[in-house]
Design a protein around this ligand. Structure first.
Ligand code: ADP
Ligand code: MG
Length: 237
C-alpha cells in the first residue's frame, strides 16, 4: 500500500499552521521514519493522515486515491491503522476483553471477533500467557505490545506509529522495535514517528527530517549514516 502526502497544511487554530506544506511518500513494504525536534509537527502529521485532524490544504493519497480528511472508521476499513502516542487500553479489563473491544469496527460479526482475538493471542504469546490478567497490572512493554496487537486486529496494510518506545526501558524498547521489524517482514508498510532516532533508524528504509512543519531533509538510511549525532545535536541548540 502506497501513501502519498502532498502539500499538507494543518492547524489546531485557524491560520496557525503547524504543518506548512509537507510532502512525503511511503512506498509499499517500506519502513519510513519521521524524525525532528520537539514540536516540529510529527504527531500532527500522523493525526492528519489518520483523519483525527482535518487538513486545511493539501492531499493524502492512498494507492493514488484521495482520502484527505476521511473519518477514522473509514481509514481503518481502507487498511490503515493509527497507533497514537498515548496508550489506548482499558486498565480495568483483561487482555482478552481489550482485544475484543479493539474489534469495534466489525463488532457485529462475533465469529470474526473471536477469530481475530485468537489470532492476536497466538501472534503475541506473551499476551496469551496473560490473557485473563487485568491490563493495568501488565508492564509498560506488554501494554505497548497490546496496543500493537489491537492495531492489527483489522489486518491493516499500513501502520502509522507514534513514539512507540516512549517511557520504556531501553531493553523493552528494543523488543518493540524488533516487533515492528517483524511486521515489516510480514509485509506491512510502516510510517514511524520517533524521538529515539538511533533505534528508529535501525529499522528504517527511508528517513524524513521535519522542521517547523515541513520536510527539511529526506534520504535513505545510508544517506544519514554517520550524520545522526550532528543532526540530533543541532536540535538541542
Ligand atoms: N491539540 C493541540 N492544540 C493546539 N496546538 C497543538 C496541539 N497539539 C500540538 N500542538 C502544537 O503543534 C505543534 C506541533 O506539535 P506536534 O505535532 O505534537 O509535534 P511533535 O510530535 O513533532 O513533537 C507544537 O507547537 C504544538 O504545541
Ligand atoms: Mg509527538
Amino acid at each position: 500500500m502506497q501513501l502519498e502526502v502532498q502539500d499538507l497544511h494543518a492547524a489546531y487554530q485557524r491560520d496557525l499552521f503547524v504543518l506548512r506544506g509537507l510532502d512525503l511518500t511511503v512506498a509499499e513494504g517500506d519502513v519510513s521514519i519521521v524524525i525532528g525536534p520537539n514540536g516540529s509537527g510529527k504527531s500532527t502529521l500522523l493525526k492528519s493522515i489518520a483523519g483525527v485532524l482535518k487538513p486545511q490544504r493539501g492531499a493524502v493519497l492512498l494507492n493514488g486515491e484521495d482520502i484527505t480528511g476521511i473519518r477514522l472508521d473509514e481509514i481503518i476499513r481502507r487498511g490503515i491503522c493509527y497507533i497514537p502516542q498515548e496508550r489506548a487500553i482499558f486498565p480495568q479489563m483483561s487482555v482478552t476483553e481489550n482485544l475484543e473491544i479493539g474489534c469495534w469496527i466489525f463488532k457485529r460479526n462475533r465469529k470474526l471477533v473471536h477469530e481475530r482475538v485468537q489470532w492476536a493471542l497466538e501472534r503475541f504469546p506473551a499476551l496469551k500467557d496473560r490473557k485473563n490478567q487485568l491490563v493495568g497490572s501488565l508492564s509498560g512493554g506488554l501494554q505497548r505490545t497490546l496496543d500493537i496487537a489491537k492495531s492489527l486486529l483489522a489486518n491493516p496494510a499500513l501502520l502509522l506509529v507514534d513514539e512507540p518506545s516512549v517511557g520504556l526501558a531501553p531493553l523493552v524498547a528494543q523488543s518493540i522495535y524488533a516487533e515492528l521489524f517483524a511486521l515489516k517482514q510480514e509485509g506491512k508498510t510502516i510510517l514511524l514517528v520517533d524521538q529515539d532516532v538511533q533505534s528508529a533508524m535501525e529499522i528504517a528504509d527511508w528517513v524524513y527530517v521535519l522542521d517547523l512543519g515541513r520536510v527539511q531533509t529526506r534520504g535513505s538510511r545510508e544517506d544519514f549514516a554517520g550524520q545522526l549525532h550532528e543532526l540530533v545535536a543541532s536540535w538541542l541548540l
